[in-house]
Design a protein around this ligand. Sequence first.
Ligand code: ZN
Length: 379
Amino acid sequence: MPNPESIVKKLASFKHRGAATQNEPLVLDYLQSIFSDKTVSLEAFKTPKTYISVVWWLISGLVVGLVSSNLIPFLGVVITCFFTTFALLYFNWYASPVTKFPPRVTSHNLIVKNGVMNTPKSKKLILMAHYDTAPISFLYTPQMVGNFRKSLRFSLILMVIAEFIVIVQFINQNIIFSYLSYILATYFLIQGITATVDFFRLGYSNGASDNATGVAAAIETANRLWDKNLKDVDVELVLTGAEEVGMIGARDYFLKHAKEFTKETYLINFDTLGNGNLKVITQTGSWSNIIYDNRIIQSAKEIISQDTDLQHITTGAWHTADFDSVWFLRAGVPCVTLAALDTNGRMPNIHRPTDTFENVDFKPMNDAIQLAEQIALKL
Ligand SMILES: [Zn+2]
């Protein structure tokens, strides 16, 4: 079994791991080759190739809605209403119909179980990490990323204002609201260009920290626990695709397997462990806060307060996009995401060309492995 650092190195040796690109089968072949003595399955699912097409669907819909409010006001109301709803769902990390719009491609989740046939156990622990990498985005440059949540919230407010404008236009066409509709449409177009231009210039990130480190940590934790052959806990490793599109792989896994979560089920998600200090993430969300407070979180807090090796780990918040664990949290599955943040509460290099192997610090990844292993032993 390769050690975690060599797994990161191997994953980072691919130029990128963009979902459903020509690299995905090569990455999956490598990951499968690690688990010769385990039960491995690949689950295919449909997804947009990147969030770029999703963003442009939403922006085009809003722009067409605003412009048509000056020409065919009723159509303006209907189109704006649909696309505002799709956008509010998508950017608050709920399932949004816009992710079903074309073009759609096929990506895969890789699921690994211990090969040894055992009598069924009373608990199940899912160890999760996404292997895909993200489009490079200008919004993740150091000067922009600090305002990510603020500017997302601002855009969400403007979408609701767009809705208001088209309704006024429908009731009583007037020149001021007509100007406002064009100004708003222009603003959305500029936002779309800012969010996506770097992908067309620079492609996908290498993703050494986001999320080769998470994959390596999940694999290492799973191996340690499989070796221990825990009496009460089935350990399942789930490496997801298309997280960077909008947690699509994790949602597909959740929908396909939620009916099996009849016994006590827990989830530990590993995301971006290559810079800064390890955090037990207790808060995410864009418009409203999504709070993690459950048995796994309590157990993690207990461990870090008692173990002198792990005392430097603290809880943390992350409001720039979200994590694969969000579907499980909303369904009431006790879960946690382990991620590393620097002293400014940021993830350096992510979604940028500098997220490379040379810039990875392995300390938070190794801390995550230790912490996750201890959480599992306390279940
Ligand atoms: Zn990630």
